[in-house]
Ligand binder design. Structure first.
Ligand SMILES: *Cc1c(COP(=O)(O)O)cnc(C)c1O
Length: 368
C-alpha cells in the first residue's frame, strides 16, 4: 500500500500540459512535417506508459525509445497503428525479436544495417528502419565513408524499407551556434547519397531553428516535459511537474547553531527551521546544498546546509510562527521554481533533474 499520506514527496505530472506542449510544437511545423515524441528513459522519468498513451490521444503516432527493452514495455500501451522506434538499434542477435514485435530500429552502424538486411532476406520481408548519419556529434550513426559504402552498392540496403534518414543536432539550444548550419548542410549532402527517403533532424530545440530543420518528422523530448528549448528565450512550454516535499520536524535554533552534515550553514540570527523528507536519493542533488529554495504559499524558503540522502533542511524564519508543521508540504519544483532553475543551481541541465526524480515519490497524474 502506498498512498499520498505515506509519501515523503509528491510528484504531480500534468498530462494535459504534456499534450499541450506537443500540440504547440506541432503547430510550429508545416503540414508536410510530423511531430513525434521521444519517450526514452521512461519519458524522461515521468512514466512512459502514462505519457505516451496520453500523447497518442492527442494524435501523436511516432514514438522513440532508446533501448529495445523500453520498447517491449511500452508497446502494449500504444495504439496498434503507432510507430515505435528504437534509437540504439538492435543489439547483435536481437534483430528477430525486434522485427517480430513490430519495432523499427534506428540503424547506426554498418553491422546493424547488414544484420537488419540479412533478416529481411532470410524472411523474405521488407523491414522498416531509420538510417542514422553522424553529422558532427560523433556519437551514433554512419560516417561519410560508411554511407559511401552503401551508396556504391545499393544492394547492401536491399530488404530495408528506409522510412527516414536521420541525424541529431549537437547544440540546437544555442541558436547562433555554428554547428547547427554545418550539420544541416552536411545532412543534406549525406541524404542525397542514399535513396530518396524522408528525413528527420530536429530535437526539441531544433524545432525552433526554423523550417529548414524540420524535414518530414521532428523528435522532441525535453520540451514536451516543460524544459526550456532555447537558451536566452522565455520558455514557451507549459510547466509539467510539481514536486512537493513533506515536513517531518520543525525546531527553533539559536544564533551560531550549525545545520546538517558538516555544519556548512550556521544561523546568523535565531530562526526556525524545518526538515523535509526528500534528499539526494530522491534526485534532489547534493550539489543543491545551500543553493536552492522551497516555496510555501508562494513564499521562498532557503535550503540550508548539506542535502542528506533522505532529508534536507529549510529556513522557515520568514514565516509566522507555527505557519508550517509536521505533515505540511512545501513545493520544491513549481512554476516559481522550475526544473531549469533547479538545474542551474545544481550546475546541470533540466534533463538530468527530470531523469533523476526518484522512485520514492508518490506520483499523481492529472489532466488525462
Ligand atoms: C533524446 C533524443 C532526442 C530528443 O531530444 P530533446 O533534446 O530531449 O528534444 C531526439 N533525437 C535523439 C536521437 C535523441 O537521442
Amino acid at each position: 500500500m502506498f498512498n499520498r499520506q505515506h509519501a515523503g514527496g509528491l510528484l504531480t505530472i500534468d498530462l494535459h500540459a504534456i499534450r499541450s506542449n506537443w500540440q504547440f510544437l506541432s503547430s510550429r511545423l508545416s503540414s508536410s512535417s510530423i511531430c513525434a515524441a521521444v519517450v526514452k528513459a521512461d519519458a524522461y522519468g515521468l512514466g512512459a506508459i502514462k505519457v505516451a498513451p496520453a500523447l497518442a490521444k492527442a494524435g501523436c503516432k511516432h514514438f522513440f525509445v532508446a533501448h529495445i527493452h523500453e520498447a517491449f514495455l511500452l508497446k502494449p500501451h500504444l495504439p496498434i497503428d503507432a510507430f515505435l522506434y528504437v534509437l540504439h538499434g538492435p543489439p547483435p542477435g536481437t534483430e528477430k525479436d525486434m522485427a517480430d514485435n513490430g519495432l523499427i530500429p534506428v540503424l547506426n552502424t554498418l553491422s546493424q544495417v547488414y544484420g537488419w538486411a540479412s533478416l529481411a532476406r532470410v524472411t523474405n520481408k521488407s523491414l522498416p528502419a531509420i538510417l542514422q548519419f553522424d553529422t558532427g556529434m560523433s556519437r551514433l550513426g554512419l560516417s561519410l565513408e560508411e554511407i559511401n559504402v552503401l551508396a556504391d552498392d545499393p544492394s547492401k540496403l536491399q530488404g530495408i524499407d528506409v522510412r527516414y534518414t536521420m541525424s541529431h543536432l549537437t547544440a540546437a539550444e544555442l541558436q547562433e551556434h555554428p554547428s547547427n548550419e554545418a550539420q544541416l548542410t552536411l545532412f543534406n549532402q549525406l541524404r542525397s547519397k542514399i535513396q530518396n527517403a524522408p528525413a528527420t533532424l530536429a530535437n526539441s530545440s531544433g524545432v525552433f531553428l526554423g523550417s529548414n530543420y524540420h524535414f518530414d518528422l521532428v523528435r522532441p523530448g525535453a520540451a514536451l516535459y516543460g524544459v526550456a528549448p532555447v537558451i536566452g528565450m522565455v520558455n514557451p512550454m507549459k510547466q509539467v511537474i510539481r514536486l512537493q516535499a513533506r515536513v517531518i520536524q520543525t525546531r527553533h535554533i539559536e544564533i551560531g547553531t550549525g545545520v546538517g552534515y558538516g555544519s556548512t550553514w550556521k544561523a546568523s540570527s535565531p530562526t526556525n527551521i524545518a526538515t523535509l523528507s526528500v534528499g539526494y536519493a530522491d534526485g534532489y542533488f547534493r550539489a543543491l546544498s545551500n543553493h536552492s529554495v522551497a516555496y510555501f504559499n508562494g513564499i521562498p524558503l532557503k535550503l540550508i546546509g548539506n542535502v542528506s540522502m533522505d532529508t534536507m533542511i529549510i529556513d522557515i524564519g520568514n514565516l509566522p510562527d507555527n505557519a508550517i508543521g509536521p505533515g505540511d508540504m512545501v513545493d520544491l519544483i513549481n512554476e516559481n521554481h522550475t526544473i531549469d532553475d533547479v538545474a542551474n543551481n545544481a550546475k546541470t541541465i533540466a534533463y538530468e533533474v527530470l531523469t533523476n526524480l526518484g522512485s520514492r515519490y508518490y506520483r499523481e497524474y492529472i489532466g488525462d
